[in-house]
Every structure is written in structure tokens, then in C-alpha cells.
Design a protein around this ligand. Structure first.
Ligand code: NAD
Length: 424
């Protein structure tokens, strides 16, 4: 008899609750593999660590850190590390599970993992941030490694943090281990194209979905929530394809411009001001009005749970691209489906980042590095192929792209589970 996990208490719209309901929806399409389904509802390994550091003023601060390996069935764990004051074990569990699904959906030879620290990194000095990263890496060092689990950047982490993680792990094992993390600086074994890869994947899947909907990108109106790494890279590529970015929201504010923003003006403002708030090349609007924007495509590239049931009934876009992980709660998903809004789900839409992370890991192992053009062409080919396979599955069973992505991914994970068998 399977009891529910004692250490989390998910609600229907919380990240782990959302993931569990997505798993429930896919069960009818898994045939006899469904007997393994409980393995998808339990992370293989969840590590909680205390991360103490000496602050610049001499006080000692303690932070809570996590690394969850949801599944290692198809290969080493793979997934980012998030620094955010609201990170919880439950959130990291859901993010790690979505990584298992994503990696399998794109057919990368990885399981799923994720990490995080409950911290507001903007309140730390650079030295404190380095100490925090190094101590956290040392604490989770017992379960990560180039063939065990390979972290990467996520919200509020970047190439510099990956460099400190790589260096700390390398010092502890006594040799340079570039393959222990991805998203590193280029001269430390990083890959060209990695920084913008997630946004590029959002664009590629959006381009393919628009083509199927008969929507011309030239002149299409796009609204973007979250204008960090993912949102801004995707917006740039849509802009290059002729689309108009008509509304943007981030933590600093919400701005709109019905004629389309001049991104060449906006990007330096975001860099200097730390966000879109205060940009003069458009008008400020109230945060909640963002969801009423008249647009053809909506890109959500901030945090989880942003498209609630109430917001789903107001969205005017015909196509929603999930750059963020878990941005749509299950009740909202149903409302969007009933209203005929096509959602390209996170587990395929934002898989461009981990795909180029995979390229980085392969390049590190072979010590042979590819050109940016080679990377972008390979990324495009993999994303288009994976989406086509998912679309065929959706058409076959008459199910949403999300359930189809879960069906393709869970079939791969559970087939591998069955072929490996249970140890002992
Ligand atoms: P980032 O830190 O670069 O940017 C996050 C953006 O979200 C910022 O513009 C921030 O202002 C905005 N934001 C934060 N809170 C907000 C709020 N309450 N309302 C509106 N905007 C808010 O992070 P990122 O790397 O661009 O990641 C964004 C999302 O994409 C996350 O869900 C992340 O898990 C997911 N993702 C990232 C990658 C990657 O390669 N970076 C890969 C896959 C998925």
C-alpha cells in the first residue's frame, strides 16, 4: 500500500500538487507501464542542507539549501539551482520532477534534478554570495558529479555562480571537473549559445506552433511576463521575426506599447535600471491589467503559478508559450483548453536550455568545442523533432500538448525503469 509522502503537504495549485495532477492525467495513456507510476510520484532522493556563512560584518548567517534528484533512471540528474527567498523543498521537488519529464520529452540521456537556497541574493555582497555558493556546493557534493547529477543556472544564478560551483567541486575531488555543472563561462568549458538557449527554444516551439495555427509571426503581437534571461532572449528572437512586443511585466513594473517596443532602446534600460519599470518608450500599466493585453502570443517567463483560473479566462492570446516552469495551474489549463487557447507546455517549450546544457556536457567530456552556428542548428533540429513527436501523440489520443508531452516522457522513463528492473 502506498502512503502519500509525509514531508510535503501539497494543495491542488501548489507546484507539487500541480505536478501530481499532471501525472494523474497521463496514466490512461501508459498501458501496463502504469504499474510503475508510483516511482514518478516519489523523488528518488531529497537532500536538505544547512548552509552557514560568515557575513562581511562578522555575524554568522544560516540558509536552507536543497538538492532533489527526482529520477536517475535514464541517466545522471540534471537541473538548475535557484536562489530565492521563497524556495521550498516542495517547489524544488516539483521543479526536479518537471526536469525528469523535460529531459525525457527531448530524449536527452538525463534524469531530473533541481536545487535551491532560501535566500535573497540581492541582499548579499559578492564575497558573501561566493561563500554561500561554495558552502552549498560542498554540502551537496556528496550527491552531485559529472556522471551523478549536473547542476546549472536557474532564477538568480548565473555563469559566475557555476564557475564557483565547478571550482569548489574540483577542489574537493582533487582534479578539474568541468562537466560537474553546465552554464559555465565559455573559457571554463561553457558552451556558445547556452545563455540564450532557453529563449531560443521558446521561440522555436512558438514558431512551429504559430505555423500550425496559421498565424504569421510578422506583425504578431506578443506580451511577455518575466524579462530576465528567458523572456528577453525569446522577445528578441520574436522581434527579429517581425513580431511586435506590446506588453512586458517583470518584478519592477508593467509597461505596454501598442505599436511595439523598440528593443534596442529597452535592453540598455533593463540592464541599467534592473527591470522594465520606468521605461519611457511605452506606458506604465497596473500589474493585474497585463492579463487583459490584446495580443496574439503570450510568453510567461517568470515564476510558477502565474496563470490562475481567474487570469486564464481573461487572456486574449491564441497561443501561450510557457518559458517559465509550472506557470499554469491545472484549473487554468482546463479553462484555456475550453477557450481554444493553445498552450505549448513548459516541459517542451523551455527545454532549449537543458538541450544546450547537454551539448555543453558532451563538449566537456570530449574536450572538443562546437561553433555557435552548429549549436543553434542542432538545437533547432532537436526541438522541432521533439515537438513533432509530441504533436503526433496529441493528435493520436486527442489530448492537450501538455498531456502528450507527459505521455511521451513518462513512457520513456517507465520503459527504462522496467528494462532496468528493481534492485535488489
Ligand atoms: P531570471 O532571473 O533571469 O528572470 C526572471 C524574470 O522574472 C525577471 O525579469 C524578474 O523580474 C521576473 N519576475 C520575478 N518575479 C516576478 C513577478 N512576481 N511578476 C512578474 N515578473 C517577475 O530567470 P530566468 O532564467 O529567465 O528564468 C525564468 C523562468 O524560466 C523560471 O521559471 C525558470 O525556472 C525558467 N527556466 C529557465 C531556464 C534558463 O535556462 N534560465 C531554463 C528553463 C526554465
Amino acid at each position: 500500500m502506498n502512503e502519500s509522502l509525509s514531508y510535503v503537504h501539497p494543495t491542488p495549485d501548489s507546484p507539487w500538487g500541480t505536478y501530481l495532477s499532471q501525472i494523474d492525467r497521463v496514466m490512461p495513456y501508459l498501458g501496463r507501464l502504469a504499474r510503475w507510476s508510483e516511482t514518478l510520484r516519489r523523488p528518488k532522493r531529497s537532500l536538505i542542507v544547512d548552509v552557514p556563512i560568515e557575513m562581511d560584518d562578522g555575524t554568522i548567517a544560516h540558509y536552507e539549501g536543497y538538492r532533489v534528484q527526482h529520477s536517475l533512471t535514464r541517466g545522471p540528474g540534471k537541473g538548475g539551482v535557484r536562489y530565492h527567498p521563497d524556495v521550498t523543498l516542495e517547489e524544488v521537488m516539483a521543479l526536479s520532477a518537471w526536469m525528469s519529464i523535460k529531459n525525457a520529452a527531448v530524449n536527452l540521456p538525463f534524469g531530473g534534478a533541481k536545487g535551491g537556497i532560501r535566500v535573497d541574493p540581492k541582499k548579499l555582497s559578492l564575497k558573501e554570495l561566493e561563500k554561500l555558493t561554495r558552502r552549498y556546493t560542498s554540502e551537496i557534493g556528496i550527491i552531485i558529479g559529472p556522471t551523478q547529477d549536473i547542476p546549472a543556472p536557474d532564477v538568480n544564478t548565473n555563469a559566475q555562480i557555476m564557475a564557483w560551483m565547478m571550482d569548489t567541486y574540483s577542489m574537493n575531488v582533487g582534479g578539474t571537473a568541468t562537466g560537474v555543472v553546465t552554464g559555465k563561462p565559455i573559457h571554463l568549458g561553457g558552451s556558445l549559445g547556452r545563455v540564450k538557449a532557453t529563449g531560443r527554444g521558446v521561440f522555436v516551439t512558438g514558431r512551429e506552433a504559430a505555423r500550425r495555427l496559421g498565424m504569421n509571426l510578422d506583425g504578431a503581437r506578443v506580451a511577455v511576463q518575466g524579462f530576465g534571461n528567458v523572456g528577453s532572449s525569446a522577445a528578441e528572437l520574436f522581434g527579429q521575426a517581425g513580431a511586435k512586443i506590446v506588453a512586458i511585466q517583470d518584478h519592477s513594473g508593467t509597461v505596454c506599447n501598442a505599436r511595439g517596443f523598440d528593443l534596442a532602446d529597452l535592453m540598455p534600460h533593463v540592464k541599467d535600471a534592473g527591470g522594465v519599470g520606468g521605461f519611457q518608450g511605452g506606458e506604465a500599466m497596473a500589474a493585474e491589467e497585463f492579463w487583459d493585453t490584446d495580443c496574439d502570443i503570450l510568453i510567461v517567463a517568470a515564476l510558477e503559478g502565474q496563470i490562475t483560473a481567474a487570469r486564464a479566462s481573461r487572456i486574449k492570446a491564441k497561443l501561450v508559450l510557457e518559458g517559465a516552469n509550472g506557470p499554469t495551474v491545472p484549473t487554468a489549463d482546463d479553462i484555456l483548453a475550453d477557450r481554444g487557447v493553445l498552450v505549448v507546455p513548459d516541459v517542451i517549450c523551455n527545454a532549449g536550455g537543458v538541450t544546450v546544457s547537454y551539448f555543453e556536457w558532451v563538449q566537456d567530456f570530449s574536450s572538443f568545442f562546437w561553433t555557435e552556428d552548429e549549436i543553434n542548428v542542432r538545437l533547432d533540429k532537436i526541438m522541432v523533432g521533439a515537438l513533432k513527436n509530441i504533436w503526433d501523440t496529441a493528435d493520436l489520443h486527442r489530448i492537450s500538448l501538455r498531456t502528450a508531452t507527459f505521455a511521451v516522457a513518462c513512457e520513456r522513463i517507465l520503459s527504462a525503469r522496467e528494462e532496468r528492473g528493481l534492485y535488489p
